[in-house]
Ligand binder design. Structure first.
Ligand SMILES: [Zn+2]
Length: 158
């Protein structure tokens, strides 16, 4: 089956930093093909019309990846303002610069200072996205209505 609009595509992928080749992330992802913004548009364009077994590597400059880091999303907050057990790698939600809820990652704890960053962990990096297509199937009407793939490596509803 070919990858066209409204197919559910499973990829095995490796993301490395473009300039250094440093491995950043790898795994499987299932996405709904056809401009649903489930994966990088440049990756989607490279996969259009392909089928299982197709492998490609796409270079993603900042605008094609997660964009530049926004310094306004970095915060330092006193540790006493947190519930006990705050840890590096943890996440919490708070108001962002525009007042909308924003997920912040705890990136560093230094003495009484908790450093938070609301940027995507891969923001500010140009990326190399290497992937291989492991499954292609027609998406269900429910998946198309939800604009994402269910089950397996796709979206799981809580
Ligand atoms: Zn859903």
């Amino acid at each position: 089956m070919q990858i066209t609009a409204n197919t559910a595509v499973t990829l095995h992928y490796h993301i490395t930093e473009l300039s250094t080749g440093k491995p950043l992330d790898s795994g499987h992802v299932a996405y709904l093909h056809g401009g649903y913004d489930n994966v990088f548009p440049k990756v989607e364009a490279a996969l259009e019309g392909q089928s299982v077994g197709f492998a490609t590597t796409v270079e993603l400059d900042l605008p094609d990846a997660f964009g530049p880091r926004d310094p306004a999303l970095a915060r330092v907050i006193d540790k006493k303002d947190f519930p006990p057990g705050v840890k590096v790698g943890g996440q919490l939600q708070g108001p962002g610069p525009d007042g909308q809820p924003q997920v912040f990652h705890v990136v560093k704890i230094k003495g009484q200072e908790v450093h938070l960053d609301g940027n995507h962990p891969l923001a500010g990096l140009a990326l190399r996205f290497a992937c291989k297509v492991t499954e292609v199937r027609a998406a269900s009407t429910e998946e198309i209505a939800h604009r994402h793939v269910h089950g397996g490596h796709g979206h799981h509803h809580g």
